[in-house]
Write a protein that binds this ligand. Sequence first.
Ligand code: URA
Length: 433
Amino acid sequence: MTQPMFDAPTVIRTKRDGGELSNEAIDWVIDAYTHGRMADEQMSALLMAIFLRGMTSAEIARWTAAMVASGDRLDFSDLRRDGKPLALVDKHSTGGVGDKITLVLVPVVMACGGAVPQAAGRGLGHTGGTLDKLESIPGFTAEISTAQVRQQLCDLGAAIFAAGDLAPADRKIYALRDVTATTESLPLIASSVMSKKIAEGIHALVLDTKVGSGAFLKTEAEARELARTMVDLGTAAGLVTRALLTDMSTPLGRAVGNAVEVAESLEVLAGGGPPDVVELTLALATEMLGAAGLDGVDPAETLRDGSAMDRFRRLVAAQGGDTTRKLPLGAHIETVTAPRGGTMGHIDAMAVGLAVWRLGAGRSAPGERVQPGAGLRIHRRPGEPVAAGETLFTLYTDTPERFAGALAELDGGWTVADTAPPQRPLIIDRIPS
Ligand code: URA
């Protein structure tokens, strides 16, 4: 019998001691873990070693390629609409708090003529996941076949689905990272995002790379390096790839959680909603349309004329969701009130993300069910006037014993001040510039 060329302890030791993994070692690890020949505890140790030691760009490229090769690669190049090939484009965020942008952006791009086959993820750490949010709509399912994705792309212009057989190695590793404190790693984020996007069958990709307290990478230098790494991986795979660097020191919008974020997305689709959500959606839409060769279309018009709302409803209905039914909201409510009057100061995205995770919107064990109605509403955004005693935050959960932990996370994560905090630009940079 032939002996395997590698074994997990040797590979873990190499990385633990700061060495570089060979292409063959990476291929072996990804294949062995995907097929259950490497145990969770061994992969956990390797992930922690990668977290602590990092990876060279050659290692990241190979780790990404091995994750792509672990599953299917979709191909929609044969699909036509009005006799023309589809403008296949997607965006992916590196993860933030209150980041419901996909829910608005995808219908906007659909309404502008783009086709979006989006393999989306569930919550990771303190950040929310698009699938957890959409699944809070009664009946919605992300578990759809490739045949259905193809049909929706032709008929409607989008599908948002669980990655399924795309990069299955990432699915297992993503779930493990979520519960082993190994999320905040540049090589692991870059390879996770890009393996799914390369396997997705798109021609163009826009990356929303978050920076700030609520992002996985906190400094602008790290986020910039992540954006460049992902743009290089995408370009090498033949995708037109662009990235925006955007602020995640404050949560996006006024709602953080699952169903509460769907409700806020509906407000934006109806032509209202928080200005920061609108601004980022339109900036990303403009990038996506440009990257897909659909210049000259005004994405803002789709929010004004209701065409994006119409696409959203049709997309959700195609995947079993019923937007006429009431969205869930946690049965128990707690509020945080202002100790004094003044101006709302900074609201720390990480504190809010952790509070919402503690309310039950995220997971602390693999496969755990999230609460669709868990979440938080922000009544006063930074810079808005505050009266003493008024409600600043409302928290929702079905399990009231979670309030103490959530309130503790929120404690110290916001201020009421005499003057407004300095305004930070939401969109910091574009890569390539
Ligand atoms: N999104 C992903 O798909 N993976 C990450 O690691 C972070 C954000």
